[in-house]
Ligand binder design. Structure first.
Ligand SMILES: *[C@@H]1O[C@H](CO)[C@@H](O)[C@H](O)[C@H]1NC(C)=O
Ligand SMILES: *[C@@H]1O[C@H](CO)[C@@H](O)[C@H](O)[C@H]1NC(C)=O
Length: 536
């Protein structure tokens, strides 16, 4: 019995020690777990995010920019479709601390030069360690040979609250866009929430911007702290990185198009704005010297020269608009075909316009630049209303707070440009025009002046009469709105003159007829008119 007790005690002790062993092993494992969990966020901190690409110095260079939360080196690995060899390119890393306490502070930039037009490339970005490798993305370099249609997505004023960002991302995956142009007011604002809004926005558009060059220009919402977030988070052609705050403009040739991107904010600060004007002058003169190879010149800057919004504080509503004052003559004398802006949260298209006058009421062989304002992706931030007192240069407006619109620009060849605007909620067509220009030139060069007897007031009057069926003579003789529209004025005077002559020549007959009608029998006798009812 005692022996048995002894044995069972031994057994008990044995089990107890096994139990202790198991517990200690488990505890150790748990401790290890804690250590590995401490390591886990490290890879998270090094995970590349906000990947976006843009053109480098030329349209066959690509710059890839991304962000991480911890410091790392910057590497891009890329290859073509046939995957024959993977090339590695290294770049630079900088840290953005200003207004970026909670953001991913480490920004990476790698440039890949001299890629082949029309070829599809696949790439990943990464840091030092293999486990920082990003998903794979691809982009196709724009083809340059004649006969290729160049397609671009264009809009201004988009942020994280814009409802249809996901649609736009999907749209760029479906349709082949050479580039996306976001004409200022990016993210509202890149530095908000200590940098988190900028990160959120760039992650929202990553699927689009990692595959299609995302070309930007600065808007008023990028101005804080000398554009610092804009200058660090993006890298635009021909500019060093971070982009210099006194040189936020660039130009780029894609196919038959010379794009000129400028910074309208310089006109609204005390900064020196002459250097941009000088640069524009030189750049556009050089572009005109190559006009046969680059027929189309398209300029984009955040604030428009013309607009019909009801908010009279806006520069573009003013007689002395600063943007217009500095740029209109320059763009006219350098033959800029199309000017696209954002800033106002609606859509407006003008006729070919110069000095607040429509030069024609169609887009065939325009004699001046066409202006387009497309900032309606920003309506969630502020809805813009159009004014009733629109200038004659205004051709079309959409100021619907429920519509978030984007533009699709297609250049078919040297003579044909197609512009359409679509609703990003249902992809419905909202507007379209063809601009047909067979003689691209500085517009002041050969002004073949064919007077239009109707003038633009007359044209507009006919158009309005056509539209609503009313015969608005009141408007026609209203006087003051004619301005220097001498064509319509002369036509009106001519008609008055002709009526006067007719009256003078036939005054007797006319007076007799009037008398006959008004005073009945007496004058009829004098007239010797045929007898009525046998009476004399
Ligand atoms: C340019 O493209 C348009 C639209 O596709 C076409 O109608 C026109 O014939 C083309 N012109 C030339 C010179 O190829
Ligand atoms: C057109 O404008 C430019 C720039 O102001 C000027 O140099 C040129 O002489 C003008 N050409 C004509 C024909 O007026």
């Amino acid at each position: 019995m005692q022996l048995i007790m002894h044995a069972s005690l031994k057994l008990c002790l044995f089990f107890l020690s096994v139990l202790i062993l198991v517990i200690s092993v488990l505890c150790k494992a748990a401790a290890m777990q804690v250590i590995t969990e401490e390591l886990q966020p490290r890879t998270d901190l090094l995970r590349p995010e906000q990947i976006h690409i843009s053109f480098g110095k030329k349209a066959n260079d690509i710059v890839i920019v991304w962000a991480t939360k911890a410091n790392d080196i910057s590497i891009v690995e890329y290859h073509t479709e046939n995957k024959q060899k993977t090339t590695q390119e290294r770049g630079e890393t900088i840290r953005l601390l200003k207004d970026n306490e909670d953001g991913a502070q480490y920004l990476h930039r790698v440039e890949i030069r001299d890629l082949n037009p029309g070829i599809k490339y696949f790439y990943n970005v990464r840091g030092e360690n293999d486990d920082t490798l990003s998903d794979q993305y691809s982009f196709t370099m724009p083809a340059v040979q004649a006969g290729i249609t160049q397609t671009f997505m264009v809009y201004g004023d988009m942020g994280t609250l814009t409802k249809n960002v996901k649609f736009l991302v999907q749209e760029t995956l479906n349709e082949k866009y050479q580039a996306v142009f976001h004409i200022g007011d990016i993210a509202y604002d890149l530095n908000r929430a200590r940098g988190q809004i900028g990160d959120k926005f760039l992650n929202l558009i990553q699927n689009m911007a990692a595959r299609t060059p995302y070309m930007t220009c600065p808007g008023d919402h990028e101005r804080f702290s000398n554009f610092v977030h804009y200058r660090y988070r993006f890298s635009m052609p021909t500019l060093p990185w971070p982009m210099p705050e006194d040189r936020l403009w660039y130009s780029l040739d894609i196919g038959p198009i010379h794009f000129v991107i400028y910074n309208t904010e310089v006109f609204f600060s005390s900064d020196d704005f002459e250097s941009q004007l000088k640069w524009l002058q030189n750049d556009l003169a050089a572009a005109n010297a190559r006009r046969s190879a680059l027929p189309w010149i398209i300029a984009m800057g955040h604030r428009p020269m013309y607009c019909s919004v009801s908010d009279l504080k806006e520069d573009c509503t003013r007689e002395r608009s600063l943007v217009r004052k500095h740029l209109e003559d320059l763009f006219y004398t350098q033959g800029v075909d199309l000017i696209i802006s954002g800033h106002q949260h609606y859509y407006e298209r003008t006729w070919p316009t110069y000095k607040s006058h429509a030069l024609s009421y169609n887009y065939k062989e325009p004699a001046g630049p066409v202006h387009i304002t497309l900032g309606s992706l920003g309506v969630t931030y502020l809805q813009e209303y159009s004014t009733k007192a629109r200038g004659h240069w205004s051709a079309f407006i959409v100021d619907d707070g429920n519509k978030e619109l984007f533009g699709r620009l297609k250049i078919y060849n040297a003579t044909h440009l197609y512009w359409e605007v679509l609703d990003s909620s249902d992809n419905r067509l909202v507007d379209k025009i063809w601009i047909i220009q067979s003689f691209h030139r500085p517009f002041n060069l050969t002004r073949v002046f064919i007077p239009n007897p109707l003038g633009h007031n007359g044209e507009q009057w006919i158009q309005e009469t056509d539209n609503d069926g009313s015969f608005d003579l009141d408007w026609f003789f209203g006087g003051s709105h004619y301005g220097d529209d001498y064509e319509t004025r002369i036509t009106v005077l001519l008609f008055v003159f002709i009526f006067l002559i007719i009256f003078l020549v036939f005054r007797k007959k006319i007076l007799n007829v009037v008398r006959l009608c008004c005073f009945k029998e007496e004058p009829c006798k004098k007239l010797n008119l045929p007898q009525v009812n046998g009476k004399v």
